[in-house]
Design a protein around this ligand. Structure first.
Ligand SMILES: Nc1nc2c(c(=O)[nH]1)N[C@H]1C(S)=C(S)[C@@H](COP(=O)(O)OP(=O)(O)OC[C@H]3O[C@@H](n4cnc5c(N)ncnc54)[C@H](O)[C@@H]3O)O[C@H]1N2
Ligand code: MOO
Length: 398
């Protein structure tokens, strides 16, 4: 939750024309509408992308035994040393050696008690069964617990479980991680003109939003259900929303005010609480956020694909970020380069590429096409009346 969201009323309504709540307010209302989900235990391999619900601790000292850091000889006392055997990684046959003795040792093998150092092969002179060299006490041994003591808190709660964290957790002896449950997201795509394969013919348009949402949802911390196509009939939209077993239901299309735009009507009939109903931004103003009586959140996205992407980044991503326990990103700012006119009352979301000198508009960012967004790596947030200078950048899904 951001500080600007705390004093906000819970319900915001569009106020005529394009109108709608200010874009930054919509984003804050979305974040404030969600709470982190419960903590669950997941097998290590399945925990990627979730957030630690509790700190990650070391279940063993690391290394867990005195370990050879080089291939060579573990030596005890002063040289030359009598070589009494060989110990490889994974083998523990030499518990201890006496002063004047050495064992050949592989990197990763347990160093026998009594050893003073490991003498690497490169520094060793072997003659028959004796070896000699300059003893550097303590060298080339990773001592038990020197990297991390048992019980040490290594990562705080709230850390995103990345592949690197999964590797670290394995080193520390974890098989299961306690993480925040990731929100389940149902994805409904409406529109009788929408086709899911082939070349779009007359009166048909390829679904360009269904292919975006699963990746965007995962990237933002959620777990997408399979995309479901929904007929442009009120009962079909109502049934699909009603039956969606999810924490968040995303509906694409049918969010405006035309004869086939059923989402608002269905939500009104269900006595949903409207939290955002129209946002003063371009593109993407016909977007909405509502809470159903059973607590599920519904995010309505406009049908135009770039407008849908903008709306998903405005409402859906903050909701999923909070539910999944992730940290909301600190607003990145950069100068906006090139000729660009702000809108008088609406926030513009402009597809840009980051460069060393600032953000450069990618062009091709009409509401109906994802061309500009596909060329871009961020959206520039251009406030109404902006006259130049730095703007906020929001990350596009990767
Ligand atoms: N009287 C008004 N009409 C419209 C307004 C308005 O304020 N008053 N806003 C316009 C804007 S802006 C947008 S955006 C659209 C949003 O309308 P809907 O959310 O109801 O979306 P649809 O009407 O279903 O579709 C709009 C457009 O996008 C195409 N579409 C739909 N779904 C997909 C998809 N999955 N993939 C690709 N393209 C899709 C659809 O064919 C339409 O061309 O409303 C305006 N009208
Ligand atoms: O706001 Mo619409 O979303 O421009 O195409």
């Amino acid at each position: 939750m951001t500080s600007d969201s705390q004093a906000l009323p819970t319900r915001w309504r569009s106020h005529g024309g394009h109108g709608g709540v200010a874009w930054p307010v919509a984003r804050s209302v979305a974040a404030a509408a969600a709470d982190p989900l419960d903590a669950i235990d997941l097998p290590l391999a399945a925990a990627g992308g979730a957030v630690l619900a509790v700190p990650l601790g070391a279940r063993a000292p690391l290394p867990s035994y005195n370990t050879a850091a080089m291939d060579g000889y573990a030596v005890a006392g002063r040289g030359p040393w009598l070589v009494t055997g060989r110990v490889l990684a994974g083998h523990t046959m030499f518990r201890a050696i006496l002063a004047g003795h050495a064992v050949e040792i592989a990197t990763g093998a347990p160093v026998p008690d009594g050893s003073d150092a490991v003498l690497p092969y490169e520094r060793a002179v072997r003659v028959g069964s004796t070896v000699d060299g300059v003893l550097e006490p303590g060298r080339h041994i990773r001592w038990r617990g020197e990297e991390c003591r048992e019980g040490t808190e290594v990562l705080p709660a709230g850390t995103l479980v990345t592949p690197v964290v999964q590797g670290l957790a394995a080193s520390l002896g974890h098989d299961v991680l306690r993480v925040r449950r990731r929100p389940r997201v149902a994805i409904l795509v409406t529109g009788d003109e929408v086709a899911t394969s082939g070349r779009p013919g007359r009166g048909r348009v390829r679904d360009a939003v269904g292919p975006v949402l699963p990746g965007l949802v995962s990237w933002a911390g959620g777990r997408p259900e399979a995309v479901a196509a929904v007929e442009d009939r009120r009962a079909a939209v109502a049934d699909a929303i009603g039956a969606a077993a999810a924490d968040v239901v995303v509906v694409c299309g049918a969010c405006s005010r035309g004869p086939a735009d059923h989402v608002r009507g269905v939500l009104q009939e269900a006595e949903a609480e409207f939290l955002v109903e129209g946002v003063a931004c371009r593109p993407g103003h016909p977007q909405l956020l509502a809470r159903l009586g059973d607590g599920r959140l519904v995010v309505g996205l406009p049908g135009n694909p770039f407008a849908a992407l903008v709306a998903a980044l405005t409402l859906l991503v903050p909701v999923l970020t909070v539910m999944s326990g992730r940290t909301r990103p600190v607003g990145e700012r950069a100068p906006l380069l090139g000729e660009l006119a702000a809108h008088a009352v609406d926030t513009r979301l402009v597809a840009v590429r980051r460069t060393a000198g600032g953000a450069v508009p990618a062009g091709h960012d009409r509401p109906g096409l994802l061309w500009g967004a596909a060329l871009a790596d961020a959206l520039a947030v251009v406030p109404p009346g902006w006259r130049g200078g730095e703007v906020e950048l929001i990350q596009l899904p990767t």
